[in-house]
Each structure stands twice: as C-alpha cells, then as structure tokens.
Design a binder for this molecule. Structure first.
Ligand SMILES: Nc1ncnc2c1ncn2[C@@H]1O[C@H](COP(=O)(O)OP(=O)(O)OP(=O)(O)O)[C@@H](O)[C@H]1O
Ligand SMILES: [Mg+2]
Length: 229
C-alpha cells in the first residue's frame, strides 16, 4: 500500500534521512521507534509532503506521489496526524473534524466517527482548545479519518498523554483496523503502546533503520536498549 525507496531528506545542506527503503502492506500497522531527534517527524513530514525530499520515490497504492503537493497526497489516500496534534483551538470539535472533509460536500460528520470517539460527540460544540491532551489526540485522529485514508500516519500519538488514555488510543487504532481496510504507520517511543497496536516494529537511529522485526518476534529488552539514552 505504501512503498518508499531511497528516501533522503535534508535541512539545507544537512541530510537527516539517509536513503530509507520500506514497504507497508494493506491492513498492516508499522511502528517506527526512535529516541528524540532521530528523524521520525522529518520522515513523516516528507511522506505527507510538507517537507520536500531530496531523493527517492514514495508511492501509495501504486501511484507515485513523490512530486505531489500535500493536498494531492491526501487525495491519493495519505492522512497525517502531526506530533503535537495541531488542532484548531478556536474552532469547535465538530468544526475541527469538518476541516478534514471536502468543502463542496454537505458537511455531516459520519456516525462511524462519533461511534469510534463518543467523547467527541459529547463535546462537539466545545472549543478544541478546551479539550484535554488525550481528547485532542482523538480529535486529530478523527479529523484524519474523515478523508478516508488508505494510509494513516500518526506522529507520536501518545506524547504527553497519561497511561489510561494511551490504552484508549491503542484500542481505537485496533478498532479502526477492524472496520476499515487501512495501513497505519505510527512513530513512537512508548514500547507498550507499539506492542499493543503494531504488526511490525522498525527502529530508526540518526536517519537510518537499524533494527526491524515482527511484533510477535520482538525481544522487548533489546528494543528498549535502542530507546534508552
Ligand atoms: N527545521 C529544521 N531545521 C534543521 N534541522 C532540523 C529541523 N527540524 C529538525 N531538525 C533536525 O533533524 C533531526 C531529526 O529531527 P526530528 O524532529 O525529525 O526528530 P524526531 O525523531 O521526530 O524527534 P522527537 O522524538 O523529539 O520528536 C534532529 O537532529 C533535528 O535537530
Ligand atoms: Mg518528532
């Protein structure tokens, strides 16, 4: 569903992502794990097209999107939940979700979305900025899902969120997998979360992949070593 080859990303003269190759299948969840500053956000921004890549090919369901603008990549089936969530604090919950929906269509948030996130239905007339961090994360995921993505990217969805809500987010991602044909790629530092959602785990270190394994084969102590400072 997503194929990436020889992806390189630079800030000015400094290359931060060094020729990554990976593929993610339909209905597969991949976790990309790495410490602070290892290149997770840079990789995700280049996949959605808010940062240009300096080399490589990105294709979604067989369509080469390497030279496409972000909005075209969304049309081709990529959705992005940014680190820090980036919801609109002065728009209501419902309006935030609607920003993910096409402007021409009659705007109605699908029932499926409120079924996945009952708290968002309860709070639909509240300002996004007045939600808790965990609720804002759910809102950011809802806003991404209304584009009906083939590939959903989530950049550190558990950052700054308390353990009980982290479990809720893991449950919701697993529920989404059950009801939709979707490929999920999540960047993370929290191993218990990735063990609960991912089929496969890759470790990124200074813009290179240094370890890869199926969740069922993962030696958690081994992965923890890569994640600790
Ligand atoms: N706008 C920028 N200009 C120059 N260098 C940058 C910029 N943004 C990030 N970097 C550098 O690129 C590297 C990768 O950063 P990135 O934000 O992708 O890491 P990350 O894995 O997402 O970290 P975190 O877990 O803290 O979010 C770091 O060395 C960082 O300092
Ligand atoms: Mg980051």
């Amino acid at each position: 569903m997503l194929d990436v080859s020889n992806l390189k990303v630079c800030y000015g003269q400094s290359e931060v992502i060094h020729g990554l190759d990976f593929s993610v299948k339909k209905n597969e969840t991949l976790a990309i794990m790495g410490r602070n500053g290892m290149g997770k956000t840079t990789l995700f921004k280049s996949l959605i097209g808010v940062l240009p890549s300096s080399d490589g090919v990105i294709s979604v369901d067989g369509v080469d999107v390497s030279d496409s603008e972000s909005y075209q990549r969304v049309e081709n089936g990529i959705a992005y939940v940014p680190q820090g969530r980036m919801i609109f604090p002065n728009l209501t919950v419902q309006e935030n979700i609607e920003t993910g929906m096409g402007v021409s269509k009659t705007k109605q948030v699908p029932d499926e979305i409120y079924a996945l996130f009952p708290v968002l239905q309860e709070m639909r007339h509240r300002k996004g900025g007045n939600l808790s961090g965990g609720q804002q994360q759910q809102l950011a995921i809802a806003r991404a899902l209304v584009t009906n993505p083939k590939v959903l990217l989530l950049d550190e969805p558990t950052e700054g969120i308390q353990p009980s809500i982290i479990k809720d987010i893991a449950n919701v991602l697993n529920e989404i997998k059950k009801i939709r044909d979707i490929t999920i790629i999540v960047s993370e530092q929290v191993l218990s979360f990735t063990m609960a959602v991912a089929d496969r785990i890759i470790v990124i270190d200074k813009g290179n992949f240094i370890h890869e394994g199926l969740r069922d084969d993962v030696d958690t102590e081994h992965i923890k070593k890569y994640l600790s400072v």
